[in-house]
Design a binder for this molecule. Structure first.
Ligand code: GLN
Length: 494
């Protein structure tokens, strides 16, 4: 039975349709796997097994009649940032510790409408702020991968660490995640999984706990590129409840998988060759370039001159928006309320200082500072101008190329505690150096596992596309996936 959990989403959907196994059997296999693994990995913060069993039974009834949606009977994990009606949703923050939404996010509703089964809610960095899943109120997630010859626990990356760990350890067929500066792509790269952040506006943000509204975007983490296309298809929709969601036709993403890339122009940005990046990551990038060339693509050098300002720009805009979004958690209208208040001011101050963790407080303080009357022009407005330049860099680059290929992360998975303990929090922010630019420009980006480093840990390549061109991104990723023939899995120690 445990073999069932190893299936890709596509293989599972096909098996369900062919009645090779039932959704109930598949769901029970995942429940067993989660019960075994979760004490070690801490990927799920809440399990919803009763709900999963009920949904699976419903799916089986539909499948028996030859009916059902695109994901009928497929068990998924949901990042704890998506509001799920009647199921506690905390964004892994103490301030939302007891929040049980009365409504469903549009993305998850889309999945249930397509017949998916919910196994539970997945761990993440608090309010999606972090790159190592160590800021969660519910403790860090552990990466199922280990370095060769070492027993040390590694980070699965963040903020979607629970999603990545669960997919890599076969604790769901696929998972939802979200990406504000890299939170889908970096954990995917650290765990040998595929993660895609679509164009800003492809997915509705309705019912997703907000971090930085102009950057946040939903997307999946999956076992392969084909599954990423399937999941993304089900997650995307126009939604009148989110004014930034796009009212545009959604292409058939799966139709791009495996298409010829002959003649496609692949941009290689000079500015992504950073000092201090491990030679193995550079070598993998070169390998990726060679694979695409072999497949008939044309390689072009491009320049994204404002790249060096992307991180500072992101770390002004994201905290600014976060400080505004998180103002609603005041212990009065929303969020944890202190027991220790003597006055109204106490209610605000104590509720917030008890409810939020350190990293979230740091972002609120930075955000409030850059938005304050005296500094607004110097920091926030300046960052908005830089953001525009970064977006223009891409527009210009895409005159010369169809997609861009870069490394996904500047390192492989590192040890838990390594960077969190560093005296300088900016160390952690450097993880996002290759990923934040696409959020600032609103473009689609995908990480595909392309090899292992000398320690036996997965490394990812990133494919960045033109706005709305997820199809070409998936196409290129499928070609890289095939060339890399990445089939390594973490060996089971849990
Ligand atoms: N690591 C980045 C941050 O902490 C990105 C997080 C994200 O994409 N949600 O802001």
């Amino acid at each position: 039975m445990s073999e069932l959990t190893k299936l890709t989403l596509k293989a599972a959907i096909d098996g369900l349709k062919a009645k090779t196994f039932s959704s109930t059997e598949l769901t029970e296999a995942f429940i067993g796997a989660i019960e075994t693994a979760n004490p070690a990995l801490n990927a799920y913060v809440e399990t919803t097994f009763d709900k999963a069993r009920a949904q699976a039974a419903e799916s089986d009834a539909k499948l028996a009649k030859g009916e059902g949606g695109a994901l009928e009977g497929a068990p998924l994990g949901i990042k704890d940032l998506y509001c799920t009606a009647g199921v506690r949703t905390t964004a892994c923050s103490g301030i939302l510790e007891n929040f049980v939404p009365t409504y469903e996010s549009t993305v998850t509703q889309n999945l249930w409408d397509q017949g998916a089964v919910m196994l539970g809610k997945l761990n993440m960095d608090e309010f999606a702020m972090g790159s190592s899943n160590e800021t969660s109120k519910w403790g860090n997630v552990v990466n199922p991968w280990k370095s060769r010859g070492s027993n040390a626990e590694l980070t699965p990356g963040g903020s979607s660490g629970g999603s990545a760990s669960a997919v890599a350890a076969d604790l769901c067929l696929a998972a939802t995640a979200s990406d504000t500066g890299g939170s889908i792509r970096q954990p995917a790269a650290f765990t040998g999984t595929v993660g895609i952040k679509p164009t800003y506006g492809r997915c509705s943000r309705y019912g997703m706990v907000a971090f930085a509204s102009s950057l946040d975007q939903a997307g999946p983490i999956t076992k392969n590129v084909e599954d990423a296309a399937l999941m993304l298809q089900a997650m995307c929709s126009h939604d009148v409840k989110d004014s930034t969601s796009l009212d545009l036709a959604i292409p058939d993403f799966s139709s791009f998988i495996g298409k010829s890339v002959k003649g496609l122009r692949i941009g290689i940005p000079d500015e992504y060759r950073l000092d201090g990046i491990p030679a193995e990551i550079d070598a993998l990038w070169e390998q990726g370039i060679a694979w695409l060339k072999d497949a008939g693509a044309e390689i072009v050098r491009i320049s994204l001159p404002h790249t060096k300002y992307a991180l500072p720009c992101y770390y002004i805009i994201a905290p600014a928006e976060a400080s505004s979004n998180l103002a609603r958690y005041d212990g009065m209208r929303f969020g944890h309320r202190t027991d220790a208040a003597q006055s109204l001011t106490d209610v605000y101050e104590l509720s917030r200082s008890e409810g939020f963790g350190r990293e979230v407080k740091r972002r609120i303080m930075i955000g409030t500072y850059v938005l304050s009357a005296g500094f607004y022009d110097a920091y926030y407005v300046k960052a908005l101008k830089v953001r525009r330049r970064i977006a223009e860099d891409f527009t210009k680059a895409f005159e010369a190329c169809d997609v861009i290929l870069t490394p996904a992360t500047p390192s492989a998975a590192f040890e838990l505690g390594d960077q969190a303990k560093a005296a300088d929090p900016v160390q952690m922010y450097l993880n996002d150096v290759f990923t934040v630019t696409t959020n600032l420009a609103g473009l689609p980006g995908l990480s595909v596992p392309a090899g292992l480093d000398s320690q036996g840990l997965p490394l990812g390549l990133q494919v960045i596309g033109k706005a709305l061109d997820e199809g070409t991104v998936l196409n290129i990723a499928s070609v890289l996936e095939k060339a890399a023939d990445f089939s390594a899995k973490p060996s089971k120690w849990w």
